[in-house]
Write a protein that binds this ligand. Sequence first.
Ligand code: F3S
Length: 380
Amino acid sequence: MYLTKEEEKILDGEAGEIYSKAMRILVTLGDIFKADKLINIDSTQIAGVSYKTIGDAGLEFLEDWAKGNVQVAVESWMNPAGMDLDEWNELGFPKDFAKKQLRIIKALLAMGIKQSCTCTPYHNDLIPIKGSHIAWSESSAVIFANSVLGAMTNREGGPSALSAAIIGKTPNYGLHLEENRKGQVLFDINFMLNNFDFTLLGYHIGELSNDKIPVIKGFKKASWTQLKALGAGMAASGGVSMFMIPDITPESRLIHSPEVYEVTREDLTIVQKKLTNDGEPDIITFGCPHCSLEEVNEIIQKIKTEKKVWIFTSKKIKKQFKNLPTNIRIFSDTCMVVAPLEEMGIGCLATDSTKAAHYSQNLSKIKSILMSREELLNEN
Ligand code: F3S
C-alpha cells in the first residue's frame, strides 16, 4: 500500500509508539485487503467498549494505549458499554464489573473518544454525509450507514476503528470503493410486511447472504425503524454490511446474474421459532438497536403489560423521560446483550429483535422469546 512521507514517519515511530502501532494496524489491514492507499475519514464509531465483551485483555490494551498520550484525529463515538454509566448502582449492576467498566470508559475518554455509548449514532446527531468515508465498527450501525445513509464504511473491529480514529484515515478497500457496492444476491418478497417482519426478514436474508450484498425487491416504503431492524437482523445472522432496496436506499445496483431467492412467510415463521425458547421471560426488553426518541415515546404510551420492561437507548434520549410507571426502566449507555444480565439474575428475556435473541442465546446463554412489539406491549 502506498504511504505518504508523513504516514511513513508515523509508522517509523516519529510521532510516538502508539501512533506507530495504530498505523501498523491500518497498514497490515490495507496490505491484506490490497488497498492502494489510506483515505481520510469523517468519523469513527468504536465497538468493544463493554467489559463483558473485551474482558481484562481488552481493558489492559486500552489503558496501555491511553497512557501513550494519543488523541483521536476525527469525531469518534463509543458503542454501548456494559452498564448504565450514571445509575449502575441503583439499577443493580455488579460492583466488580462496574469498577472495570469505568476504567475502560476512562481510557477511551483520555484518547478523546466521546462517551456517546450508543449503537444508533444516527438517532443522536451523528449522521454521516452521503458519499463520505467513515470507519464504524458496530455491525448494525455499519449496515445502516452504508445502506440507508449512503456513507462508506467497512465493518471495522474495535482495534481497527480505534486506529482509524487516531490516524484519521482508513485503508481504501471493500465498501470504500464504488465498484464493490453492487448487489450480488436478489431476494423477492411477494407478501405484505408488517413491522415485526423486518427483523425476521433481515435475519433470514443474513443467513443466506453471508457477506454478500443483498438486493431486496417487493416493497416501496420503509421507515428508519424498519430499516434499522432489517439491517441489524442481517448483520447478526450473516456478515452483511450493506443492503439495497430499489426506490428506498440511496444506492441500488445488481451484478449480472445474481443468486435469486423467493422469500415466503413460512421462512419468517421459521426464524421466529428458531430464536424462541420455552419459558417465562424475567424481563421484556426493547432497544436492540437502541431506540429512537419516537420509539421510546410510542412504547411508553402503548404499554399495557405490568411485567418488568427494560428499554435501552442513548443518554440524551433517556434524559427526556421522568416519572415512569414502576415496572418500566430506561437504561442508557448499554443494552440487553452487552450488559452482564446473566450475573444480574436474568435467565430469560423477551425481545422484538432477532439480533438481541441471537446474541442472548449465543453470547449470554440466556433464553430468549421473540415476539412482535405489539404483543410484548400487551403481554400478561
Ligand atoms: Fe446495539 Fe446492543 Fe443490539 S449494541 S445493536 S442494542 S446488541
